[in-house]
Design a protein around this ligand. Structure first.
Ligand SMILES: [Zn+2]
Ligand SMILES: [Zn+2]
Length: 153
């Protein structure tokens, strides 16, 4: 046995004041902020913080599994302070991204594992639609369609 394989504990991540503040901001925000939004949040506490530092630290925190780098969620890229598996709801009009109050479906992952092609590590799911605010407004696409229909032929 290779001597390293018995005790391969990853050294604890050093928590600078900036890194800690970035992690706290993400855990406190329920909005799944972008790097720019994290920067704006943390700068209130640490005015000398640079955007580059925020990007670098988000990368490191995501690699270490302390935050999630959301692969879904549209562009620009967003981050999540909650690392436990959960689904998201995304508004196609205003871009809002929220946690869905649904329990992750184990059966879907078990089914994927039975395919035996990939080593399945997890799954992500995002529901898209209109948020409570946006669904009460008339969709612009519909207005245009009606306008065209009136003018039509
Ligand atoms: Zn919306
Ligand atoms: Zn989330």
């Amino acid at each position: 046995m290779h001597p390293d394989s018995t005790n391969r504990a990853v050294p604890a991540l050093r928590m600078s004041r900036q890194r800690r503040a970035i992690l706290d901001a993400l855990r406190g925000a329920r909005s799944h902020p972008t790097a720019d939004e994290v920067y704006a949040l943390v700068r209130r506490r640490l005015p000398r913080l640079s955007l580059g530092t925020v990007y670098r630290n988000l990368e490191i925190l995501a690699q270490r599994g302390l935050i999630r780098d959301l692969k879904l969620g549209g562009a620009p890229r967003r981050f999540d302070g909650i690392t436990e598996p959960h689904y998201h709801l995304r508004c196609l009009r205003c871009g809002r991204l929220e946690d869905a109050p649904l329990r992750p479906i184990a059966a879907i992952e078990q089914a994927a594992r039975r395919l035996r092609t990939y080593a399945i590590l997890g799954h992500e799911l995002e529901f898209v639609g209109l948020c409570p605010q946006c669904k009460t407004e008339r969709p612009p696409a519909l207005k245009n369609a009606r306008h065209r229909a009136r003018k039509g032929k």
